[in-house]
Design a protein around this ligand. Sequence first.
Ligand SMILES: [Zn+2]
Length: 113
Amino acid sequence: MDEVLTATLQQTVVEHLNYLDVLVADGDTPSKAALAETEVARLTAAWRRLLDQHAPDSRGRCARCSPRWRHNECTVWETAHQQLIGDDAPSGPDRAGRHRLRPVAPARQLTGG
Ligand SMILES: [Zn+2]
């Protein structure tokens, strides 16, 4: 993707997110109801697709973010947990490292339909 196309794509996405923020903050009840029917489904689909793209392998590594020779630096799942669940990502003695992700269910469960 060339730089102009990338910049345009990014700008369009940011503007749409800003539009949704305004609609949530200032929209009337019918507008907010419409959001629930359309945008929430789109956002959940987008999250599922993103998480599917960053699904950890059997060793807990994200193939998209971490080439084999580097430490896993994927933070997508932690960001999802923080933003969607509203809590810090779980941690514990079974986590091998700061960026290590736990293997999760197969991708088919993430795509949703
Ligand atoms: Zn990743």
